[in-house]
Design a protein around this ligand. Structure first.
Ligand code: ATP
Length: 637
């Protein structure tokens, strides 16, 4: 058992935020993942063994979230509001704070220094994890015309109450980025370890736990903890909702978690993703001893459709955003495609723009002109067809452990096609090169991006939430044309246009996302593939997210041709195609992963589309960039 006597609070009392802040400070200085896991595990363990009801708030603060993703509650307060709140909380001038910020590059550090130089007349009440979580939630939910002032006042009161290092991390919570190298996957592992090793207060430790805690054999504990971590990771990918998982973790042995927490209609599952291939020959190599099927890869937007037993239907994006109000036409369609006995389901599908007169699929660009929220069914001009390709849950039964063959049968027997509105993904159980190539050509002729090739039978064809799985391979027509897979990148800055592009931005600096460090790393400058109309649109669209200086978590080269004239908040995601990837002395993408001191750059990048369905943290990661570089047929230097 942990020695809880050394803690700054008594069992049953609220956990002070300082307990987390102290751990964050240690994590920030630590680079070894195992050490980080151990720091977080100890921190959470002491909460479980004293005040377990605060564990949920601690987990949310560790992953820097306030609620499950589909509730759409996000922080990411602009620097200006933070600087003003800090000025009021400390009696300093905004311009002095700005000048420190210019020197230090991190508003959290400036805030902490500003607080420590301030004379405190009376000690404010300590912040607890629960009160901080509640306040952050209130701030994130403030809307309306006075919300700027209300947010500033609330932030000010938090900064006044914060002590020492707490100030720095509160500012970072508010900015929406902790930048201490604590990824959510690491928190999940630590949470599992802490549960596996803890004896919660007030509970009579069961024999199993006692054996674990007093077990002289460290290896047994380790194996239990590793299994616990794997169990939790899998459960979280099916039910990404700490509100549901944490109470069960505290009540039941972790081995029972999958019995209590699994797919649930109404909570978006992290979607299964596909592995890119270089072409049909790679598919045949990888699936040499498997039976597989090829499906059209439709070029639209992923739609995960949920129906709960009360008959409510909701549509979630790839990114777990609630898109229900974008597609009232699809909601109205559902009663026509389900069989009478259907009570609940989770369907995986692609929403595609569709011309019902010509019976043709329309390009993604047409779909992107649809109103994003609160669409009115009567005024919809862009019609859509839903192409269903999987079913994950039906009438109380999770189906993801069943073979794809079984799921596909069930999908087809429980839903009905409606011409021009609802269809099953077109498929062919092809098995040789000629057949696959012929089907690929059909797919391209039918305005699809290529093929998805999926294993059909046994364990190797189950649905794997959140995994970029080798059970699904994507073959895009672009790969056949010798291009790499496209990347999803974040515009972090722009360059003023010249000549024909005077008055708008002529080029943009794009970055990939490093999941470990939470940095955005520049990968290329792009000016190709953007029409004059788009340039004008982008000039206006980027205006609200211009920032006066680059974020401290932007990694870029500051040589003249590569230093943007304006910087942006990391908000937008663009899909970009390129001829290939090369090692770059300038760009910082995936630096240290392929080459110790040089990054990776895209050669001949061209904009494919704006990705409204991805947030900046879902942009192509530095690890993926490194993998794409290594996978190239010919590696250019
Ligand atoms: P990823 O989702 O793999 O990160 P991405 O978002 O850039 O990459 P793509 O590489 O274009 O997407 O391919 C995967 C997407 O293809 C799926 O998320 C889904 O929206 C879409 N898709 C279209 N047709 C199918 C299909 N038949 N089966 C599965 N997915 C399909």
């Amino acid at each position: 058992m942990l020695d809880t006597g050394k803690l700054s609070w008594k069992p049953g009392q609220p956990v002070p935020y300082s307990h987390l802040a102290t751990m964050f400070e240690k994590v920030e200085k630590e680079s070894k993942r195992l050490e980080i896991i151990s720091l977080v595990t100890d921190c959470l363990r002491s909460v479980i063994e004293t005040t377990p009801e605060d564990l949920l708030f601690c987990v949310y603060l560790c992953v820097n979230k306030l609620a499950p993703a589909h509730e759409g509650v996000e922080l990411g307060i602009g620097d200006m509001i933070l600087k003003k709140a800090l000025a009021e909380a400390t009696g300093r001038q905004v311009k002095d704070i700005q000048s420190d910020y210019d020197k230090v590059g991190d508003l959290g550090t400036v805030a902490m220094k500003s607080r420590s130089t301030q004379r405190v007349m009376f000690a404010a009440k300590s912040l607890t994890v629960q009160t901080l979580h509640k306040s952050l939630l209130q701030i994130a939910k403030m809307t309306g015309k006075d919300s700027g002032t209300l947010k500033k006042d609330k932030i000010k009161s938090l900064l006044v109450a914060a002590k020492g290092i707490e100030t720095q991390f509160i500012v970072r919570h508010l900015q929406g980025k902790m930048r201490i190298g604590l990824a959510e996957q690491t928190v999940l592992v630590a949470l599992a370890h802490s549960i596996a090793l803890s004896v919660p207060q007030g509970t009579k430790p069961n024999k199993q736990i006692l054996e674990k805690v007093s077990c002289p054999c460290f290896l047994n504990q380790l194996i239990d903890s590793l299994q616990a971590a794997e169990t939790l990771r899998e459960v979280y990918s099916q039910l990404p909702c700490y509100d549901k998982i944490v109470p069960v973790l505290l009540k039941e042995p972790i081995n029972n978690l999958p019995l209590n927490c699994y797919l649930q209609p109404g909570i978006p599952v992290h979607p299964m993703l596909a592995h890119p291939t270089k072409g049909v020959s790679e598919v045949l190599d990888r699936f040499a001893d498997q039976t597989f099927t090829c499906e059209y890869k439709y070029d639209g937007e992923r739609g995960q459709i949920h129906m709960t037993p009360d008959g409510t239907v909701r549509i979630f994006s790839r990114n777990s955003e609630d898109n229900t109000s974008k597609y009232p036409d699809l909601i109205a369609l559902m009663p026509k495609v389900i069989k009478e006995q259907t009570k609940s389901f989770i369907l995986d599908a692609e929403v595609v723009a569709y011309d019902r007169e010509t019976k043709k699929i329309l390009p993604f660009q047409v779909l992107s002109t649809r109103k994003r929220k609160d669409a009115n069914e009567d005024t919809i001009t862009v019609q859509v067809c839903l192409f269903a390709f999987d079913i994950l849950y039906y009438n109380g039964d999770p189906l993801i452990k069943r073979s794809f063959h079984e799921r596909r049968e069930l999908l087809k027997s429980t839903f009905t096609e409606v011409e021009g509105s609802f269809a099953f993904a077109k498929s062919r159980d092809a098995s040789d090169t000629e057949e696959i190539l012929a089907f690929l050509n059909d797919a391209v002729a039918d305005s699809c991006e290529g093929l998805m090739v999926k294993t059909l039978f046994g364990d190797s064809s189950t649905y794997e939430p959140a995994q970029r799985s080798h059970k699904w391979l994507k073959v895009k027509k672009d790969y056949i044309d010798g291009m790499t897979d496209s990347l999803d990148l974040v515009p972090i800055g722009a360059f003023f246009g010249k000549g024909k592009r005077t008055g708008v931005y002529g080029a943009f600096l794009l970055a990939c996302y490093n999941e470990e460090t939470e940095d955005f790393e520049a990968i290329c400058k792009i000016g190709t593939g953007i029409s004059d109309t788009q340039l004008k649109e982008f000039y206006d669209a980027f205006e609200p997210i211009i920032i006066s200086e680059p974020k401290s978590y932007y990694q870029y080269d500051d040589s003249p041709g590569l230093l943007p004239n304006v910087w942006f908040e990391p908000k937008i995601v663009w899909e970009v195609a390129a001829a290939d990837l090369s090692i770059s002395p300038k760009h910082k993408a995936a630096i240290g992963l392929v080459d110790e001191s040089r990054g990776i750059a895209l050669r001949f990048p061209r904009l494919v589309r704006v990705r409204d369905d991805k947030g900046p943290e879902q942009a192509t990661s530095s690890t993926q960039v490194a993998a794409m570089y290594r996978n190239q047929a010919v590696i250019g230097q």
